[in-house]
Design a protein around this ligand. Sequence first.
Ligand code: SAM
Ligand code: SF4
Ligand code: SF4
Length: 339
Amino acid sequence: MAMVDTRGRALRDLRVSVTDRCNFRCTYCMPREVFGSDFVFLERQELLTFEEITRVVGAFTRCGVRKVRLTGGEPLLRRGLERLVASLAVLDGVEDLALTTNGSLLAGKAATLRAAGLHRLTVSLDSVDDPVFAAMSDTTVGLARVLDGLTAATRAGFDDIKLNAVVRRGVNDDGILDLARFGREHGYTVRFIEYMDVGTTNGWRMDEVVPAAEIIRRINAELPLEPVEAAYLGEVAQRWRYRDGTGEIGVVASVTQAFCSTCTRARLSAVGELYTCLFASTGTDLRALLRGGIDDDGLVAAIGGRWAVRDDRYSALRASATSQSGEGPRKVEMSYIGG
Ligand code: SAM
Ligand code: SF4
Ligand code: SF4
């Protein structure tokens, strides 16, 4: 059953965070000054179990969800993740099951994930230049490990692999063309993402955002592009293809061209809270309901009831606000809510 919110947006997509931990400290997501050795991460018993996640996702499919993406934190740090993939892949209503990962552990896991029924993979990769990659992800895991992960994913049979690159002016924007060329050469669709003011720890400033239009202009100057029609209403990335037929790229203009009016996406945090916007400050505690013994119909009613009153449109409001410092009410961190 499709459920619509107060702005007529149906619930279609669900992002499921399986952990708040990560082995990277990307400066735009989990800056080391905040997520240092004394940072307190969630305890294991606080996380939803795989059985609980499967029940909740099942309830979401009854509310209209068709696309499910596993994320985090770094989802491949969650032990036995392939068991969760296997149980979600066979749920009625799950037409698309995807995973977003930093790729560091992918070489050892791509084949098992594929065998478990994972449909699609997105690997985050902000630069193909070793020092820039290291500076941006603030990790000792070398770029080569991520590239090995990508090779293993292709070998395991994943096609349509996407690369997510967050672009930050003065940090990695010089490497946009190299990333585009890398994607073209290997058959990966690179999606360039505008740096967003998620959470409250990354010190976001508007002048570090490279607008999607500028990214397209810079690539088009060297590798001519033409626009591609969106595949469906609410597609987040604007798609472009190389005029010589060698593939596609995407840009996610979440800051300069907000797409709240078609946002059909809910998020489930690792502890089972339902968030109806990436920039929300509070979520609805579904774990309490689950552990309190609610039945499936009750769960569907709780999810549907929350979606029905949804009014979120943070990015659209940010775009029209006079202050563009990213300040305002405390927002939940992306590594917690699930990117
Ligand atoms: N650890 C996994 C990864 O990096 O792919 C999954 C979780 S991560 C939070 C999901 C996505 O969010 C990544 O592609 C990352 O680049 C993106 N992201 C994180 N912080 C961001 C920010 N401030 N602006 C834009 N994208 C961001
Ligand atoms: Fe970790 Fe992904 Fe956030 Fe980077 S973007 S710190 S890899 S969760
Ligand atoms: Fe959706 Fe919130 Fe992002 Fe707008 S700001 S597109 S409502 S998640």
